[in-house]
Design a protein around this ligand. Structure first.
Ligand code: 26Q
Length: 827
């Protein structure tokens, strides 16, 4: 059992949820329909009902929210601030109902009104304020922080347009805007009283007074940040936190002079520029955008958040110098790293704190999570851009850097190349500010998101900084919230767990382990198999609706869903798909298990190669699915517009989970955890959290293949020509020849020639090197699938043993080892 870490433990432990009988909920929904929506039941559209139910649910939450806010203020417990440019939350209604424990009575109440809750659930748009793993992690963390009664605040941007909607035209991805706010957002509360003027550009004035030099920044432009709050309720409704998202508003919405002079467009142009800051989420995942607007977004939300949290601190404690004792600020990657220099500005320029003391406060307050080692995703900003947009911050960064390099030299680090490596400024070509180094030196702890990734952080990007500041890097392996990724998305499996292990197993992730005792229980197998069949049938209906394709629910569902990226190697899976297709056609008696290969994921709009991979998946699907000689042994599906809601359909329907990134490149992965929890077996490389997963479930219950991270490194050092691998593998050879020669692209035979050429001569992601091992492992999986008992045993062990991947465990570790913040374990 976890323990409270500090003595200032929450004293205001909130009361248990009281039961909400269906009759009471029915009356509440009808009242909301009348007075908040303004409709009678006879005239209400499904959306009206959705709003009425949401408002009624929100009322229950708000009561508990205000109590939580009060409780935190009264007991003065340390607050945690999670700064993230992305929160990929998805839908909230069913999540809230589940956490409040009222999903069942609400469904009954609605039944009596002739309304179906499952249908209403689908009306809510997905809040897709994130790209992928990093944004979804922030959402899972918000759930776990509320669940553990941590006094946490999430801070981010209220984008008018979240991640684009992916549509497929002629097999190609096209992006269309996702306007999730068009019909309003019933969950949010606008707080016009919390607004901050955020400055950009201008100049810095030096003022000498009383033998003290101070600096006054005169921004050329200011944009107002306005707060919108969403309550985030934890499991069993014990505690409610706030997600505060900032929206940009022009300080001066209209230039009246220009308007009066007839320049109607020009009169609004400054407002348009200001408000562009919260218009749209950058749709790139690990590929830097590098534009000025991105920097403006980063500074906008970071500055607003720090001004807001220092205001709150001053109100409660009255002394800015104690900030680090009462507040922990977690930087979700480097996107809010400009906050290091912003807090220094707030302390030194605005509150007249001495530099050295301000630096200690800053380091005590901040900590930083790194989510990727890909060199192209490590943020750096050109110095000239920083000087223009944030002139005072650039000065502060130079001062921090000078002190940092001085102290390193004093401690004996005198090697010039080493000092160049730890500097905040990259001096190659155009000078650039390294945001990772800034986040590192301004934080007391830096963490990676899986054991392997943290180890590689120490050995590669942060090797030099780690020797100057040993012990600062720590590992916090990612987790997922079991509320959304088990209880809500797989109610049948949750029921099996509840009836087998008791309600406790849904509270305490350790208790899930008890399921392992039933790993050979044939009646449990039968129930688990039935639950899976139900989820596969449900996903099958979605696929039939969208793609007009019928699937056999008895076939193995082989799933790879995630952002499309070369390092994630959807291409390796596609090569295997073609090899399987060839084998089935060549051998009429082959005893492959019937399989459905399911792909889903978005490509960054500008990532040509990723878009070509989507096209290839769809081209292959077309050929395979229409070939009668395949005899139902193989189907290929690309499901468009992957998002949180679609993931909730897919995760519990997976039999096989594909986690096949080039070793050393996937920081953690979290989809791997979602599928294993729901009983899928994993085929994967020793990468990210797959390594911990193997340790948890054991070698017999996971299929590991391929080069290790160390082997990838040495293979790359030797050179990466694949000619030998291809020559040694007739299967791979045939597949590549077919793809290159246009077997899957008869309308444009040369479409994939370049792609195959890259695989042959510049195979940076080691697809050819790993192909044979992958193929052999897939054949082993066909054998394992035929032994139903063995497969079900492994499936049950997967569910039982991955309890450790609960984000409650991850957050408890952050609270103890990074934030020193108190929390209450839930059981
Ligand atoms: C950087 C600069 C400019 C513009 C955009 C970016 C940018 C945007 C998004 C850089 C990185 C990201 C996203 C990274 C991400 O999602 N990483 C994933 O984080 C997960 C949670 O820790 C891990 O499980 C995944 O392995 C990791 O890929």
């Amino acid at each position: 059992m976890d323990e409270l870490v500090t003595t200032d433990k929450p004293t205001q432990q909130q009361a248990e949820m009281r039961p909400y009988p269906a009759a009471e909920l029915k009356a509440a929904v009808l009242a909301k329909l009348t007075y908040a929506v303004g409709k009678t039941p006879g005239l209400a559209t499904p959306r009206d009902w959705f709003l009425a139910v949401t408002f009624a649910t929100r009322d229950i939450i708000v009561g508990r929210w205000l109590e939580s806010l009060d409780g935190v203020y009264v007991d003065g417990r340390k607050r945690v601030y999670y700064l993230s440019l992305e929160f990929l939350i998805g839908r909230l209604l069913f999540d809230a109902l589940t956490n409040l424990g009222v999903a069942q009575p609400m469904a009954e109440a609605l039944d009596e009104l002739g309304v179906n809750l499952a249908d209403l659930r689908k009306i809510e748009p997905d809040a897709a304020l994130g790209n992928g793993g990093l944004g979804r992690l922030a959402a899972c963390f918000m759930d776990s922080m509320a669940t553990l009664s941590i006094a946490a605040h999430g801070y981010g941007i209220r984008y008018d347009n979240g991640l684009f909607r992916q549509i497929i035209r002629g097999g190609w991805q096209q992006e269309t805007p996702e306007d999730w706010l068009v019909n309003g957002n019933p969950w949010e509360f606008v707080r016009p009283e919390y607004n901050y003027a955020i400055g950009f550009g201008g100049w810095v004035e030096m003022v000498e007074k009383d033998e003290r030099t101070s600096h006054v920044w005169h921004p050329a432009e200011t944009v107002e940040a306005v707060a919108y709050d969403t309550p985030i309720i934890g499991w069993r409704g014990r505690h409610v936190n706030t997600l505060r998202l900032w929206s940009a508003r022009a300080t001066d919405p209209l230039k009246l002079e220009a308007f009066n002079a007839g320049d109607y467009v020009g009169a609004f142009s400054e407002a348009v520029r200001a408000e562009a800051i919260s218009k749209v989420l950058y749709p790139s995942d690990a590929t830097p955008a590098g534009q000025e607007l991105r920097l403006r977004q980063e500074y906008f939300f970071t500055s607003a958040s720090l001004l807001d949290l220092t205001r709150r601190h001053m109100k409660q404690w009255g002394d800015v110098r104690t900030l680090g004792e009462h507040a922990a600020v977690q930087l979700n990657d480097t996107h809010p790293a400009i906050g290091i220099s912003e807090l220094m500005r707030i302390l030194v320029d605005l509150n007249k704190v001495e530099w050295d003391e301000a630096w200690s406060i800053t380091q005590a307050t901040f900590s930083y999570t790194n989510h990727t080692l890909l060199p192209e995703a490590l943020e750096t900003w050109p110095v000239p851009l920083m000087e223009r947009v944030l002139p005072r911050h650039m000065q502060i960064i130079y001062l921090i850097n000078a002190a940092h390099l001085d102290s390193a030299r004093r401690r004996g680090f005198v090697d010039t190349a080493m000092l160049a490596g730890i500097s905040l400024i990259d001096e190659h070509a155009v000078r650039r500010v390294r945001m990772g180094n800034l986040a590192f030196i301004g934080s007391h702890k830096i963490n990676g998101v899986s054991a392997l990734h943290t180890d590689l952080m120490r050995k590669t990007v942060f090797h030099a900084l780690n020797s100057v500041y040993p012990g600062r890097i720590t590992n916090k392996t990612n987790g997922i919230t079991f509320r959304r990724w088990l209880i809500e998305c797989n109610p049948d499996l949750a029921d099996i767990i509840r009836s087998t292990l008791g309600e406790r197993a849904l509270d305490d992730y350790h208790a899930l382990k008890g399921l392992a005792a039933y790993a050979d229980d044939s009646s449990l197998h039968e129930r688990v198999a039935q639950a899976r069949r139900n989820r596969k049938a449900a996903l099958g209906r979605v696929i039939t609706d969208q793609l007009n394709l019928r699937l056999d629910p008895e076939a193995m569902f082989d799933v790879q869903v995630k952002r499309i990226h070369e390092y994630k190697r959807q291409l390796l899976n596609l090569l295997e798909t073609v090899a399987r297709y060839n084998a089935i056609r060549a051998n009429p008696t082959i005893d492959f298990a019937p399989r459905v290969k399911i792909f889903s994921g978005k490509a960054a709009a500008s990532y040509t190669q990723a878009k070509l991979i989507i096209k290839l998946a769809i081209d292959i699907a077309k050929v395979v699915n229409s070939d009668p000689t395949v005899r139902g042994l193989l189907k290929v599906v690309f499901l468009p517009n992957y998002n949180v809601s679609l993931a909730e359909m897919i995760m519990p329907a997976a039999d096989l989970s594909e986690q096949i990134s080039t070793a050393g490149m996937e920081a953690s992965g979290t989809g791997n955890m979602k599928m294993a929890l729901n009983g899928a077996l994993t085929i994967g490389t020793l990468d990210g959290a797959n390594v911990e997963m193997r340790d948890l479930v054991g070698d017999d219950n996971i299929f590991i293949f391929g080069l290790t991270a160390a082997e990838v490194e040495s293979a790359r050092a030797r050179g990466i020509d694949s000619t030998e691998h291809i020559a040694a593998s007739p299967i791979l050879h045939e597949v590549l020849d077919e793809i290159a020669s246009g077997v899957f692209s008869t309308d444009d035979a040369g479409r994939y020639r370049g792609l195959v050429d890259t695989l042959t001569h510049h195979d940076y992601f080691m697809i050819c090197a790993d192909f044979d091992a992958y193929w052999k492992t897939q054949v082993k999986i066909d054998e394992a699938w035929r032994d139903r008992n063995r497969w079900m045993r492994s499936s049950v062990i997967n569910t039982a043993n991955v309890g450790w991947f609960s984000s409650d465990r991850t957050i408890a570790e952050y609270a103890k080892e990074i934030w020193s913040a108190p929390f209450v374990p839930i059981s």
